[in-house]
Design a protein around this ligand. Structure first.
Ligand code: ATP
Ligand code: MG
Length: 556
């Protein structure tokens, strides 16, 4: 990690907080992360989590986890559970108990009654179609509903009866009475309650009316004493409504809504609806498919919480467009894994090597990490038959080739210098085996009188263990799969986003627990699969990320 890993990077939200603390507007901050439990969290949410929880940690304040559970049809306990797991896994802990907007349903109802009593809300019964017509357009003012001037008594009576279940779903709504001519459409008498007979994950069938998001969110924030209510830019136009609601009810707290730009990551999507579609239509194996940009997918692929937090720091917080290249994420993950992953050897595409002068060759002890002796050592065995990576051999080497070729020499990583004497072909003429010899005088020392530039990894065939190795690539073939409105994003799914190979690994990883990270030398970072890897029996590795391209330069 970079040397300033602990120093917070400043941004406009920190500037606001600094001045609020300095002026005495607040003595401590309270933020919140407010997901709707209608899907699994993705990398965009990770940004928001790191921001909200990160600020609370830096400023020694508090951050709440609050479920915005106002759409009962789409919400589930599975989602709510996964969200809590993901936040904790990222390394954060919310203040006190998990909170739910539904905890405030009674208070929200009481505040609606208060608005009605002040003549600031009314029950409307325009059809949805009429409602659209009356709303007007961006260039044209809306018109008042014929129900707008109902008396307070009538509104109170109708709202009570809405709550009591006397009216059909969708037949009436409660609207805030603001301004049908406002240039901001959100202020044209927005609906604040609707009738919906749906079973709610927490309140069951207790309510048949549900408060709308904009109305619920600001009041929930205020009830929790949130100081800075941080959300994404699409809510900027909703801020006047956020403020209007809090200004028109009796509540002692008025949080400041602050918007920042949402993260969009190239070669993936951050729309819950589309992620759900990928899952439902089985384009991926589930929400935690390692190709998914979900937190659980990234986790299963082998991304680390530290790496994701570092990524969030690097992309920064601002109001300008935040489209980030995958390389930024991969760079942060690599850097984190570089320091934590022990290094072993694995072979993805084996080519058999027979050592013709094997007698007397010895295993060599090797560190798991060149800079971390505390990771320990293991013996790297050698035997008469080896596996090397098929593409480390070329009969007709391109210029500058440093790996194996007929008559050429390479260093076997942690072992001897080896010369290729003969290529054996199968019936089809393809090279099926190499016959090689080692220089017995090169274990741990340079060969006499010549330089050997290339280093390749290898495994001793009799010691190696078979492993399923899953090579993941980007899920989409284009940087912005959902940018083209004419085209379905599914058209851009990368058919080569997953390649499963049956490879070989060093025996020393046999008992690795699920979610163990390794660098397979020269191949990349890999992680034992959370679900399917079984220590000691079925070894399953997911490729987290490839190594940076300069690997060969550094190691030869
Ligand atoms: P929905 O359409 O279901 O509302 P959502 O992505 O907004 O989808 P929420 O559960 O409402 O999901 O989001 C919780 C929080 O995460 C919100 O504060 C939201 O602003 C933030 N968030 C969501 N997507 C991103 C993103 N791409 N970048 C940064 N923050 C995000
Ligand atoms: Mg949302």
């Amino acid at each position: 990690m970079s040397s300033n890993a602990q120093a917070p990077v400043s941004h406009f939200i920190r500037t606001i907080i600094d001045s609020d603390l300095e002026s005495g507007k607040h003595s401590a901050i309270v933020t919140r992360f407010p997901p709707e439990p209608n899907g699994y969290l993705h990398v965009g949410h990770a940004k928001s989590i790191c921001l909200n929880f990160g600020l609370a940690l830096d400023y020694k304040g508090k951050c709440n986890l609050r479920f915005d559970d106002t759409n009962p049809e789409k919400e589930s306990d599975e989602y709510a559970q996964s969200i809590q797991d993901d936040v904790r896994w990222l390394g954060f802990q919310w203040d006190g108990d998990v909170r739910w907007a539904s905890d405030y349903f009674q208070q929200l109802y009481d505040f609606a009654v208060e608005l009605i009593k002040q003549g600031k809300a009314y029950v409307d019964e325009l059809t949805p179609e009429q409602m659209r017509q009356y709303r007007g357009t961006l260039t044209q003012a809306g018109e008042n509903s014929p129900y707008r001037e109902r008396s307070v008594e009538e509104n109170l009576d109708l709202f009570t009866r809405m709550k009591n279940g006397e009216f059909a779903d969708g037949s009436k709504v409660l609207r805030a009475k603001i301004d049908m001519a406002s240039p901001n459409i959100n202020m044209r008498d927005p609906a604040i309650y609707r009738i919906r007979r749906a079973h709610h994950i927490r309140t069951g069938n207790q309510w048949c009316i549900y408060p709308m998001y904009d109305y619920t969110h600001c009041i929930s924030d205020a009830l929790e004493g949130i100081t800075h209510s941080i959300c994404t830019l699409e809510f900027e136009d909703h801020r006047p409504l956020y403020d209007w609601v809090l200004d028109n009810i009796t509540i002692p707290c008025h949080p400041q809504q602050i918007e920042f730009s949402r993260l969009e990551l190239h070669y993936t999507i951050t729309s819950k609806r589309k992620l759900l579609q990928l899952v439902n239509e089985k384009h991926v194996s589930g929400w935690d498919d390692p190709r998914m940009p979900t937190i659980s997918g990234m986790r299963r692929r082998g991304y680390t919480p530290e790496g994701i937090r570092e990524f969030a720091k690097r992309i920064g917080v601002s109001k300008s467009e935040n489209i980030v290249d995958m390389a930024v994420m991969e760079g942060a993950i690599r850097e984190d894994l570089e320091a934590r992953a022990p290094r072993v050897m694995a072979i993805i595409n084996p080519l058999k090597v027979t050592l013709t002068n094997f007698a007397g060759a010895q295993a060599r002890e090797a560190d798991f990490h060149p800079n971390h002796p505390e990771f320990g050592k293991r013996f790297v065995p050698i035997s008469r038959e080896l596996f090397i990576e098929a593409d480390d051999f070329a009969e007709v080497p391109p210029s500058g080739w440093k790996r194996l070729t007929l008559g050429g020499e390479v260093r076997l990583r942690h072992s001897y210098v080896m010369r290729c004497d003969e290529a054996v072909r199968d019936a089809a003429g393809k090279v099926s085996e190499l016959r090689c010899s080692i220089d017995h005088d090169t274990l741990g020392k340079n060969p006499e009188g010549r330089k050997v530039k290339g280093v390749i990894h290898f495994l001793s065939r009799e010691h190696a263990l078979p492993a399923e190795i899953r090579l993941y690539d980007r899920l989409f073939t284009v940087p912005e799969p959902d940018a083209d409105k004419e085209k379905n994003f599914l058209e851009f799914i990368n058919p080569e986003s997953l390649t499963v190979v049956h490879g070989w690994v060093e025996a020393v990883v046999r008992d690795a627990a699920p979610e163990s990270h390794y660098q397979f030398e020269r191949l990349g970072y890999f992680c034992t699969d959370r679900r399917e890897h079984q220590p000691g029996s079925k070894l399953v590795f997911n490729r987290t990320v490839t190594l940076r391209d300069s690997w060969t330069k550094e190691h030869t």
